[in-house]
Design a protein. Structure first.
Length: 571
């Protein structure tokens, strides 16, 4: 009997064999159908979300393909929440239009159908983003007018009431500006005139909660850190008011801003070795330089590739989408030009009294423990009490804590591990600049002094840079005073041979050179664009923020590298 005859006989002789073979064939057919379905599954694709920044009540349009001609069971999801049926205005295969509900949050936008989900796009809430208003001469602009100031003389931190007209019903991006005395131009001028007074201005600072209230006829604003005797101007982003004279008290002392340096600064972030299980996105939050009295502005000269958002919570937002593994490395590059001034202070310690404005939001945030500053630790609170004793003057308390740290703790030049606890400094009597800054801030807060940790880079004499951390504490009638406890305590670095900072310990309490470039003024607690995203932090880096990278669920793994900002030129 040949082989074919044997097989035929086996089928007739053994029914179980026929049954098993039938199951195998059926399984192969089902697998083939499943694989065919997977390969031919139509995946929705988003080309654009217009506008990319909006607020509740706005009509949003999603353009793309493969959405389906009817919504049926399909949906739009923003920040992990699906829109309700009443939100949709229209739905077809290429265009979806809907009204943003009141509960809208920042996050990733996804179009989902019965078969698949699109790669995410980014949407942001307009309320949290500073969007510059274009100068459109076609607009019916009305010039703001200042009729009255509640006081012709005020101190830093005092509330100033400005009455007049055409300020705008809401502040939005409008600002109140005060004269700033950069390079002592006003102090040393033979004749002070309006041109000189309005040449260098600083705005009341949102981060310090300087704006109290705003209406079309009245503004209440705290006199900002760095304001100097001169004028006040209201800018409604269409026109500026005529200047109104004001005197800023210097009873508690004065700070000066001198020796300006202009830096050309660049840093990069690389994403490589990406492995995905499906279409995946990786979002980078690239810190922007801090804007304050010593760093009044910056200019982005080059950003590649173009960011999704240019300024969101003091970050550039980049996003890359991957649909297959091990694609070429993606490099994100940011280049800035920014001026930095040296801060010099002359303090009248006997004129400084206890805090009266402790109900300010700024004080609340700068006094309580947070994810960075462990000022609620019992041993640290006990130590702070031992150091300051019965001293009540906040300036003198800050100096006592500074001297204690310089005398009792050793500064390490090499950075400790990312997960090292700054509280080790109290136990081990040694730590790096990060530990010194965090613990000094914590001891100040535990002593009732509003304080923040600053982060950025330290520019050495050879223009090499390193991540660095220092502090600021707030004194009423005077503003923020800088302190660098690590350099004051003996940090070894290539110091510039200029200025009056030869005695580091004495100089770096209340003063700061123009070689410190700031990226963070305190801890920046960010929220993810999606709760399902995988979060990456960069501890002991040049900015203090809770999120640097976030990757969607489909991202299996990837590698990233962030450079320390480098100086490409100084002027």
């Amino acid at each position: 009997m040949n082989s074919s005859g044997k097989i035929s006989y086996s089928f007739r002789r053994y029914p179980l064999l026929r049954w098993i073979l039938g199951i195998i064939i059926l399984a192969l057919i089902v697998c083939a159908i499943f694989l065919f379905t997977i390969k031919t599954k139509i995946v929705p694709e988003i080309d654009s979300v217009t506008p990319p920044v909006g607020s509740p009540g706005d009509v949003v349009t999603i353009s793309g393909r493969n959405f389906g001609n009817e919504r049926d069971m399909s949906y739009v999801e923003i920040a992990g929440t699906k829109l309700t049926a009443s939100s949709y205005l229209s739905w077809n295969d290429n265009i979806i239009r809907f009204v943003l509900p009141d509960s809208v949050q920042d996050g990733l936008v996804i179009v989902g159908t019965r078969d698949a989900r699109s790669a995410p796009a980014l949407f942001a809430n307009e309320i949290g983003i500073p969007v510059p208003v274009e100068n459109n001469t076609a607009l019916s602009a009305t010039k703001p007018v200042i009729n009255y100031l509640s006081s012709e003389k005020a101190a830093i931190g005092d509330i100033l009431v400005i009455q007049g007209s055409n300020f705008g019903d809401t502040r939005n991006q409008s600002k109140v500006y005060f004269t700033a005395n950069y390079n002592n131009k006003i102090e040393t001028a033979d004749l002070t005139n309006i041109v000189l007074l309005t040449e260098n201005m600083i705005a009341a600072n949102e981060e310090d909660y300087d704006y109290v209230s705003w209406s079309d006829t009245e503004i209440k604003v705290h006199v900002p850190d760095g304001a100097y005797s001169g004028v006040v101007i209201v800018d409604n982003k269409k026109e500026r008011s005529e200047p109104k004279a004001i005197t800023i008290s210097q009873d508690a002392g004065v700070k000066s801003y001198i020796n300006k340096k202009i830096y050309l600064l660049q840093y990069t972030a690389d994403i490589a070795d990406v492995v995905v299980s499906d279409i995946a996105s990786i979002t980078l939050r690239c810190p922007l330089p801090y804007v304050g009295i010593a760093q009044p502005h910056y200019e982005m000269t080059e950003v590649t590739p173009a960011p999704v958002l240019q300024n969101y919570q003091n970050n550039l937002i980049h996003q890359v989408t991957k649909n297959k593994s091990n694609t070429p490395k993606t490099v994100f590059s940011q280049t800035f030009v920014l001026p930095v001034y040296e801060i010099n202070s002359s303090i009248k310690a006997e004129k400084i009294s206890a805090y009266k404005g402790s109900d300010r939001n700024m004080f609340t945030l700068a006094l309580r423990p947070d994810a960075l500053v462990p000022s609620g630790d019992e041993k640290l609170i006990e130590l702070a009490g031992e150091i300051v004793g019965k001293e009540k003057n906040p300036y003198k308390k800050a100096k006592l804590i500074y001297d204690y740290m310089c005398d009792n703790y050793k500064v390490l030049s090499k950075l400790r591990k990312n997960d090292a606890n700054p509280l080790d400094l109290i136990k081990d009597k040694k730590g790096d600049a990060y530990d010194f800054a965090v613990i000094y801030t914590a001891l100040l807060r535990a002593s009732g002094i509003p304080a923040v940790t600053d982060a950025g880079i330290l520019v050495c004499q050879d223009l090499m840079t390193q991540s660095h951390w220092w502090c600021e504490f707030y004194i009423e009638k005077l503003g923020w005073l800088p302190v660098d406890p690590a350099i004051g305590g003996g940090l070894d670095y290539k110091k510039w041979a200029e200025g009056n900072n030869s005695d580091s310990r004495d100089y770096y309490f209340g003063n700061l050179d123009s070689h410190h470039i700031t990226f963070s003024h305190g801890w920046n607690q960010l929220k993810p664009f999606s709760l399902d995203n995988k979060i990456v932090q960069q501890p002991r880096s040049f900015a203090l923020q809770s999120i640097w990278e976030e990757a969607s669920e489909s991202t299996v793994k990837y590698s990233s590298y962030w450079s320390v900002p480098v100086v490409k030129g100084v002027y």
